[in-house]
Design a protein around this ligand. Structure first.
Ligand SMILES: [Zn+2]
Length: 243
């Protein structure tokens, strides 16, 4: 039902209008889910059920967060939510964009694709910001879309403050990084890289090596399943500092 409704809404409304009315639609829809078995870490609403997506992920009925959004926000609230922090976020989900805008931070969202709500449209391989600018940079599910990912990593290093933190996540596979730039069509990219706009699949070790070469001190944080907050098992977040 939810997935069908979503399809209909996306077919009749523009992205801009969806963003405007989404909170009201979700507020109405979420009353059918209210309960005490689960809680969203972002909007803090309690539910009896999550909305289940075709890929098995659990969506918050109230704010629309995915499991990885809720884990990220939990980590941010526990460690990085400081007044007057200067934060740059690449292609954030709408639930995270909205909660960030309510905080007393200097939060900037950027997205080049046009698929996400944002303040700027920065090219991650040539970011128009001064060096040592940001206390926190979030780069979630972005690098696997970028052909010149080493250039992007160097740029992220350049604009991060010496005391700052960069949080990175991508999809992962076992073994080595898989990339082949002769694969350029949507169909072939979907077949090889699991999404039609991905240009590679990283391995944990492969991503670690590339980020280390860009100068970062790399910490790989694994997380466990949490049913109450709807968080998945074996989720990995890269926590990066400047060396
Ligand atoms: Zn929520």
């Amino acid at each position: 039902m939810y997935n069908n409704l979503k399809k209909i809404i996306h077919s009749v409304l523009s992205k801009k209008n969806i963003f405007k009315i989404e909170p009201y639609l979700r507020r109405g829809w979420s009353v059918f889910y209210l309960g005490s078995k689960h809680q969203c870490t972002i909007c803090k609403t309690k539910f009896k059920n999550w909305i289940s997506l075709p890929n098995q992920d659990n969506v918050c009925p109230r704010c629309g967060s995915l499991s990885r959004d809720r884990r990220l926000w939990q980590l941010i609230e526990q460690n990085y939510l400081k007044p007057h922090s200067n934060v740059l976020d690449f292609s954030p989900s709408r639930s995270l964009f909205r909660i960030w805008k309510k905080q007393h931070t200097y939060y900037t969202a950027t997205d080049l694709s046009g698929d996400f709500i944002s303040d700027n449209q920065y090219d991650i391989t040539a970011i128009p910001e001064d060096e040592n600018t940001f206390d926190l940079i979030i780069c979630y599910h972005v690098l696997e879309h970028v052909i010149e990912d080493r250039k992007a990593m160097n740029e992220l290093y350049r604009i991060l403050k010496p005391t700052g933190t960069l949080l990175v996540q991508t999809p992962f596979k076992e073994g080595d990084i898989y990339e082949d730039y002769s694969i350029t069509t949507k169909e072939e990219r979907l077949k090889h890289f699991e999404q039609e706009d991905h240009v590679r699949i990283y391995s944990v070790e492969g991503l670690k090596n590339r980020l280390t070469k860009s100068g970062f001190k790399v910490e790989i944080k694994p997380f466990k399943k949490d049913t109450f907050y709807g968080l998945t098992d074996n989720e990995i977040i890269f926590v990066l500092k400047k060396n």
